[in-house]
Design a protein around this ligand. Sequence first.
Ligand code: ADP
Ligand code: MG
Length: 288
Amino acid sequence: ATMPPLLAAIANAGRHGVLVKSAVALERLGSTTRVAFDKTGTLTRGAPELAELRPVPGLDADGLLRLAAAAEQPSEHPLARAVVRAARDRGLHLPPAHDFAAQPGRGVSARVDGELVRVGSPAALVPEGHPVAHELERRGHTAVVVVRDGHVAGVLGITDQVRREAAPAVAAVTTLTGTAPVLLTGDNHAAAARLAGAVGIADVRAGLLPADKVSAVGELEAAGRRVAVVGDGINDAPALAAAHAGIAMGGAGSDLTLRAADAIVVRDDLTAVPAALALARRARRVVT
Ligand code: ADP
Ligand code: MG
């Protein structure tokens, strides 16, 4: 007996490295008309590296890094892992983090050596702006601010490499849907625009909190598009769930994100996304 076309399409997606959760999920992928990509961990490798340490006068580079890394120890965020790795590489001894809390899309807070330490985006921690953060962002870094007991202790500059296959994947998605993809990111506008230019995305929406990503998807869908959101982070879970279709990058994806998705990319390769969309479309033509 031949396999029913839906099952054949799901099996085929599996061979391309995409786990499609159900027949309904396949239908959603196949009827997608616009794709929204997250940046960090989706279009970038998600392996950011610490590039600069800019402590305030009176604190040295290791002191700043030790403070930031201690607070970030419990965090799963790619930026947090880069900070902790850099501290370990320098042989720094990290005191424990107490009362740790993460604010998705903003940063973390913890008590270190009895002091309240916050590590996160300039938008969240220095809304009035900060010259060093601005300088780093203009140069394409993600700036991460460290605040100790209410005072800025310094700024970290972090860079993340674009995935080699990001530009071809974006081009394939553009051809397939006939619509320009969108970038939705919590990162700053300068870093986002630089990356978007490198991968061929013109529509950039930056500085978005998780709820803003949901509103952005709502706007795109109100304009008559059926949107598939591709993301990896816990900050993408609400948008993945709200969109017509949700695609999670499995590599570093959080459980919540995997649960919210219709499909999971289990191979560390973004071209699996256009491949899955293409065969979901074909399956739809066969069935209907
Ligand atoms: P993206 O949408 O690009 O995947 P996120 O929404 O995860 O980015 O994060 C948005 C911004 O929030 C980051 O660029 C960073 O400035 C800040 N941020 C979030 N989590 C952390 C963390 N654990 N440590 C430092 N900064 C963080
Ligand atoms: Mg991400």
